[in-house]
Design a protein around this ligand. Structure first.
Ligand code: AR6
Length: 180
């Protein structure tokens, strides 16, 4: 049940570009100029407005450092906003990857709060082209989101996984965390 004070948290299988959350998160790269994976899908479906806003941001404040987040409109997407963050590239685990991934989730949640965005959908950041091991990424994603939605604000936060295999990893990791 969703109450005024509780955030509904869900893990679903699906395409993030189809979500009607107020904002969706993009797993971008530092250039903010688009790419493959989720990034490519968001820019394709959202249209040129998103890239135009990304260019303005880069002109004003430079590239997006891994772990940080910026916001644009959602263009033609159902979501009104896109929060672009940059996850870490997996380099074996001893290059601060965990902290950068935690920051990416945390800064998206903080930016959404700041903009009074009440519903937010995340993809699994860094687990495609950036090769972060799925179980480790799932643990960080889930722990960071769960810890940061305890304070009332959001009506709903979703994790949207693109295929059955990674969806299963997230559900199993969630069960493991819930038992601890
Ligand atoms: N909806 C939800 N999840 C998706 C979708 C979608 N439409 N498409 C892919 N995924 P990736 P990264 C999943 O590579 O690892 C880009 O080129 C995918 O299965 O999109 O953070 C950027 O420009 C995977 O589980 O992001 C960067 O250069 C997850 O989303 C780089 O890739 C993340 O995969 C970022 O790499």
């Amino acid at each position: 049940m969703t109450t005024k004070f509780k955030t509904k948290f869900t893990i679903i299988k699906g395409d993030i570009t189809e979500q009607d959350s107020q904002a969706i998160v993009n797993a971008a790269n530092s250039s903010l100029m688009g790419g493959g994976g989720v990034d490519g899908a968001i820019h394709r479906k959202g249209g040129p407005q998103i890239l135009a806003e990304c260019k303005e941001i880069v002109n004003k404040q430079g590239q997006c450092v891994p772990g940080e987040a910026v916001i644009t409109s959602g263009g033609k997407l159902k979501a009104a906003y896109v929060i672009h963050t940059v996850g870490p590239i997996w380099r074996g685990g001893n290059s601060g990857e965990a902290e950068v991934l935690r920051n990416a989730y945390y800064n998206c949640l903080q930016l959404a709060r700041l903009r009074n965005i009440k519903s937010l959908a995340f993809p699994s950041i860094s687990t495609g082209a950036y090769k972060y091991p799925w179980e480790l990424a799932a643990q960080i994603a889930l722990e960071t989101i769960i810890a940061n939605i305890k304070k009332p604000h959001f009506t709903e936060v979703k994790l949207v996984l693109f295929n059955e295999d990674i969806y299963k990893v997230y559900v199993d990791t969630y069960k493991k965390i819930s038992r601890e």
